[in-house]
Design a protein around this ligand. Structure first.
Ligand SMILES: [Zn+2]
Length: 418
């Protein structure tokens, strides 16, 4: 079976969007609600309009392009992802899924295919948590699960609040609740994304069919010891917050390794030391723990055990410890119907595929409790992502877009009342 997706056209569009917010070193920076994200949304809107789609923006700035279906009154089959990036990010994370949506509607027009359901290409805003510490802002707004007061009050590194950033992007913060939609407006949502890991590359599979999206528990740990002179305080008299925190960081690694199974992971990626001087014993150390799993109970057991270990280390070393849990999310299973449809499509197209779990969060996980949602992964070279080194060869992207297109057509044939 020959592919209908146009590889050159796909490459041309990826290049076009990689130039928006490009750095001289080859990275891309389009932060949530930034002028660069706005420019990318504007360009995508023009391209969708040129394909004859009716476009609209909602109150948080999400872009929708709609191609009407033949059967009146059916909910839309949605396809897309996000156009924002982390600072110095890559050209595929997010953009691929939206550009793939554009390619799908281009193929439908070329081939004269009329679907029963309307097809909507969507670009959700603010998927990356890099600017305000909260991610998937646009997709969560559409399903009414965005914590609005928290977003409006959050501040970026320059001290700009979420409310100010929205206004700078031409949006009215007070109108945000109106972005929430109704489940009956969506027949299904499909997101094509790079894997951002090494599973597919190692298994030499072209496609990953995502069955579940792991969610995280975050622990914020504050260790309080005593800042003393590093020259005059004998070792037995010290209450060194950093030495205690170091032992706790290793305990996180040991605990996850001992209690977890394949999808369980635990990481400490942030550590702050106070006062941070070469001749002062650290009086305070704060670190963040990120535990992820697709099994909520196992994740809870791991988090519980980590807290016990931290408390024991603090007691033995005579330091105080405070643990806060700012996030404790439930893992999200994706739609079994959509998973089966993607799998059948890969078999029909003779594309090597495997089912897998997503360790990273995505827009699709927020849509999933609301409407049938599925994700298709393509391999990432060396698993690099959130980096300018992110790469997938064009020839490896094409099967992903083809599977996306065919899955959409298969879902269109099924009755999708939910
Ligand atoms: Zn992404």
């Amino acid at each position: 079976m020959s592919f209908r997706v146009n590889q050159d056209r796909l490459g041309f569009e990826l290049d076009r969007f990689a130039r928006i917010g490009a750095s001289s070193e080859g990275g891309v920076a389009r932060l949530a609600f930034s002028p660069e994200e706005r420019e990318a949304l504007g360009q995508m809107e023009s391209l969708l309009k040129a394909e004859g789609l009716a476009t609209r923006r909602d109150a948080i700035g999400n872009l929708f392009g709609r191609r009407e279906g033949a059967a009146p009154g059916l909910p839309a089959l949605r396809v897309g992802s996000h156009l924002d990036t982390v600072p110095d990010g890559g050209r595929f994370d997010g953009a691929l899924g939206v550009i793939a949506g554009l390619e799908v509607v281009r193929v439908l027009r070329e081939q004269g295919i009329q679907t029963r359901h309307p097809i909507e290409v969507v670009a959700f805003v603010g998927e990356e948590a890099a600017r305000f510490g909260m991610g998937c802002l646009g997709s969560r707004a559409t399903v009414g699960t965005l914590n609005l007061p928290r977003l409006l009050a959050a501040r970026d590194l320059r001290g700009i609040s979420g409310a100010e950033a929205l206004r700078q992007a031409g949006l009215a913060p007070e109108a945000l609740p109106s972005a929430a939609q109704k489940p009956r407006e969506i027949a299904a949502f499909l997101e094509l994304h790079i894997e951002q890991g090494r599973v597919l590359e190692a298994a030499q599979k072209a496609i990953g069919i995502v069955t579940d999206v792991a969610n995280y528990t975050r622990l914020h740990v504050e260790v309080i010891g005593r800042a003393d002179h590093s020259g005059t305080t004998p070792m037995p008299l010290r209450r060194d917050a950093l030495a205690a925190a170091s032992e706790m960081v290793l305990a996180v690694e040991e605990t996850v390794t001992a209690l977890g199974q394949a999808p369980s992971v635990g990481t400490v990626g942030v550590l702050r030391v106070d006062p941070g001087a070469v001749n002062v014993i650290p009086g305070r150390a704060a670190f963040e723990v990120d535990v992820r799993d697709i099994d909520f109970d196992r994740k809870a057991r791991i988090a519980q055990r980590i807290q016990e270990r931290i408390a024991a280390i603090a007691e033995r070393r005579g330091v105080e410890v405070q643990v806060a849990i700012p996030s404790d999310g439930h893992p999200v299973p994706l739609s079994a119907t959509v998973v089966e449809t993607i799998q059948k499509t890969c078999e029909d197209l003779d594309i090597p595929a495997q089912k897998m779990v997503s360790g990273a969060g995505h827009d699709a996980m927020h849509i999933a409790p609301f409407a049938p949602a599925g994700m298709i992964f393509v391999p990432s070279r060396e698993g690099r992502s959130h980096s300018r080194l992110e790469w997938t060869d064009l020839a490896d992207l094409v099967p992903g877009v083809e599977v996306l297109l065919e899955t959409l057509l298969q879902l269109d044939k099924k009755t999708t009342d939910h």
